[in-house]
Ligand binder design. Sequence first.
Ligand SMILES: *[C@@H]1O[C@H](CO)[C@@H](O)[C@H](O)[C@H]1NC(C)=O
Ligand SMILES: *[C@@H]1O[C@H](CO)[C@@H](O)[C@H](O)[C@H]1NC(C)=O
Ligand SMILES: *[C@@H]1O[C@H](CO)[C@@H](O)[C@H](O)[C@H]1NC(C)=O
Length: 436
Amino acid sequence: MEHSRFYCYVSVILFISGLFFPVMVGSIGINYGQIANNLPTPDNVIPLVKSIGATKVKLYDADPRVLKAFANTGVEFIVGLGNEYLSKMRDPDKAQVWVKANVQAYLPATKITCITIGNEVLSFNDTSLTDNLLPAMQGIHTALVNLGLDKQVSVTTAHSLAVLEVSYPPSAGSFRKDLVGCITPILNFHAKTNSPFLINAYPFFAFKSNPKQVSLDFVLFQPNQGVVDPKSNFHYDNMLFAQIDAVYSALASLGYSKVPVHISETGWPSKGDEDEVGATLENAKKYNGNLFKTICQRKGTPMRPNTDLNIYVFALFNENMKPGPTSERNYGLFKPDGSPAYSLGINGTSLISTNSTATATTTITTPAPQSQQSSSTGYLSISVAVKHQESTPVIAVSHVDRNQKACRVCLSFVIQSLGKSLGCNAKRQEKTAATD
Ligand SMILES: *[C@@H]1O[C@H](CO)[C@@H](O)[C@H](O)[C@H]1NC(C)=O
Ligand SMILES: *[C@@H]1O[C@H](CO)[C@@H](O)[C@H](O)[C@H]1NC(C)=O
Ligand SMILES: *[C@@H]1O[C@H](CO)[C@@H](O)[C@H](O)[C@H]1NC(C)=O
């Protein structure tokens, strides 16, 4: 990798984050997947997270290096428990040991607010895995109660949108019939413990599988005529909102309309195989750029106009060791060297209003020596097997110049190329879920 380029990006990112982060309160979440052998060390990921205005990070494990590095940064964390651990967590003693080691140990310096038990478990159609899901959620929740942490840490699981049988029109959203039996008690758990229902929603997949019928502008949040739901009469101008509302309808159909829906993953790949229609840099830039703007505008969906979107973008990095089609390795907002994968096209120039002359010192080490094999997840069980050790030289970056005037030109360039969410004054706020 080119160290000089990395140095440059990191300097500028530090500059920007130092200049703006204090005045910016965003509600953007980002997924920090690590199925790669070339990612920066967690210390060096902090400025990247801040540079996009993200205040919430979702992990697929409870990587101690990450949780330590982000101590006292104010960043909120969702940690994950991999699908392979579900059967163990039925045992209350084991659950308690896990919570102590992976959650309690980092509190309160690292703000862990949520634990996801497994990822897309129900979509595997694996009966024993499915049967272990709710008991594992209950086991972890009980451990939190016993440790006095249940008020600050919630327990949930992330589902694929494929748990829905009907997703269009949104008012007709319903769960797969064969899953209703196991989803209902999970929803009951959410209602009782006040935890959100998490869904991974990718309009990209809908477009990819049906590019002739699905309007690209509709899936990319570009100006378009939109569609009207014939039953509710709500007007939808983007597919993600339609998908979210379909989930609200499915919840309502089982009597759980008050359980809040959060989007644990959404994103768009900047590259794909030849048969992956739509996986281009231009489309990724539009999808994620428009998504950031939408989140910052604090728009709710037509069914929940007064509820902030609670969205975790997938993902922070391109992950070079994910198997599957090319798109899988190209969802990142950043390349492993810390440079933006593409411009998000958000114009922050007009938002430069602060002045700061502080300086910062940091040390850059990249890629990270993989000192510890992060526990894998249902997200990808292969990761442990394929990760390997690698380490490279250390670069010291010091005295980053944050003088605004001196850097105005590069700042406006970088703001555009990084796609700052500088306009994002949205306070993170969990409004009460609308009643129906
Ligand atoms: C799981 O079952 C559903 C419903 O029968 C089916 O549509 C889906 O393709 C299955 N998924 C897998 C991964 O086998
Ligand atoms: C960004 O905003 C500034 C100030 O409003 C404007 O002058 C400039 O043309 C904009 N650039 C782009 C690329 O939209
Ligand atoms: C910029 O600095 C000046 C002088 O220190 C100060 O008066 C002004 O309030 C600052 N502006 C902002 C937006 O912080």
